[in-house]
Design a protein around this ligand. Structure first.
Ligand code: LLP
Length: 411
């Protein structure tokens, strides 16, 4: 949990307004280190999944920590470059890469383009031929493994749109050898996100390693095995998750058998718990008396909603909500909702909070990953400010959008 104090949060709210994302730099550094340390002396590289939080200052912080980058779009490649990553430190993943994105990645000479289909491999080969270069390609396999996470963020089943079957990948790997403009450098897998069990992660790593061993026996030269991201965090108090050590123990044995370098693409685990969404209460409204507890249930209406943090509305995700300066008195039963014109615009339902009043500050915790990156301008709502707290001080790292700025896009 972030170590940002209530006093700091009050000062940040009065300086920059709400809603605002607030991140704890020290916690981001500590979590990166914990994950890196868990990999020990085995050759490895942590490619931070930019999609989890693409705010430039956060991506720069990850680079300062010693991370490399995992980009999932042309936009994320540009963010990585802007944050100071060299092309050779960037892996590029993503279903449905456009011709322009592939051309950019090939011309930059990124460390690996994780190819998702036989057709994409052909397109990369053609672009590299055209540019007179050799593209570094890894094959993303679909291991048909159930990550046992939320179905919306599980990606490793054969019915999911991601990667290639083992048979297709085997054929493809041999084929790549025949393309003078392609160099196969690795195999890739990513079975999903917010994974809280080791078994699916171990199974995916085993599948990857088995394929690598058989390809290497056939003379296909490989450099790395990229097992993707996916390590889950505890959103609910007491929720059982996988520790970095358990994670490493689940995947390292399979990778070791190949002698190849391990690549990881962690996102959520590093930045998720290090960010919170700071919001103000804008209204309170009584609901009918709760039939179970026989008490008045309230709507606590916040100035942050699904346009700021989409996860509860999109996945039914649970984020802890707390008052910044709890008032004395008996708890209330409430639904914390946003201002957007949708009933799904609920940050948390059936919560217990200390008595609250209009103007009070609330925090929505564990919002550092897949928070600001999934914000939208629905209802013409400007995107929130972002603040980084470091060593007792804080600074604005993304300014709040204004409605005037939004209107400038209309022609
Ligand atoms: N690598 C690839 C290829 C990915 O697709 C992802 C996440 C990651 C790495 C990073 O995964 P992580 O370590 O963060 O779990 N919006 C959803 C999460 C979507 C994840 C998409 N891919 C959410 O809010 O839960």
């Amino acid at each position: 949990m972030s170590g940002i104090s209530s006093q700091q949060l009050r000062a940040i709210a009065s300086e920059f307004g709400t809603p605002a994302y607030v991140y704890d730099a020290a916690l981001i550094r500590a979590r990166f280190r914990a994950l890196a340390d868990a990999c020990g002396d085995d050759p490895h590289a942590l490619h931070y999944a930019i999609k989890a939080n693409a705010t430039l200052a956060i991506v720069r912080l990850m680079r300062e920590c010693g991370a490399r980058a995992d980009a999932n779009s042309g936009g994320e490649i540009e963010v990585a470059l802007c944050a100071g990553f060299a092309p050779a430190e960037i892996v590029f993943t993503g279903v449905g890469k456009s011709a322009a994105e592939l051309r950019r990645a090939v011309s930059l000479g990124v460390k690996a383009i994780n190819a998702e289909s036989p057709g994409e491999v052909e397109r990369i080969a053609a672009i590299a031929r055209d540019l007179g270069t050799v593209a570094r390609v890894a094959i993303r396999i679909n291991p048909d493994v159930d990550a046992e996470s939320h179905p919306h963020i599980s990606t490793g089943l054969s019915t999911n749109k991601f990667g290639m079957s083992i048979d297709a990948a085997r054929a493809m790997a041999r084929d790549i050898g025949r393309h003078p403009s392609l160099h196969i450098v690795g195999l890739h897998v990513h079975i999903g996100s917010q994974i809280t069990k080791t078994a699916p992660l171990a199974r995916a790593a085993e599948t990857l390693s088995g394929l690598a061993l058989s390809l290497m026996a056939d003379g296909v030269p490989l450099e790395h095995l990229d097992v993707g991201g996916g390590l889950g965090i505890a959103y609910q108090p007491g929720q059982v998750v996988v520790s970095p050590e358990e994670y490493a123990a689940a995947i390292l044995p399979a990778v070791r058998r190949t002698g190849l370098t391990l690549l990881l693409e962690p996102g959520r685990w590093i930045v998720g718990p290090a960010g919170l969404l700071l919001t103000s209460v804008v209204d309170l409204k009584a609901q009918p008396v709760d039939p179970v507890s026989n008490e008045t249930r309230w709507f606590v209406i916040a100035d942050a909603g699904m346009t700021d943090l989409l996860r509860p509305a999109l996945y039914g995700a649970w984020h802890e909500i707390a008052a910044v300066s709890p008032r004395p008195g008996a708890d209330i039963l409430c639904d914390v909702v946003g201002p957007v014109c949708e009933t799904t615009d609920t940050l948390g339902s059936g919560r217990r909070l200390p008595p609250v009043d209009v103007g009070d500050l609330l925090v929505v915790r564990d919002a550092g990953a897949y928070g600001s990156v999934m914000a939208s301008n629905y209802n013409r709502r400007p995107i929130a400010a972002e603040v980084l707290v470091d060593d007792g001080a804080w600074r604005l790292i993304r300014r709040r959008q204004t409605v005037e700025e939004l209107l400038q896009w209309d022609v």
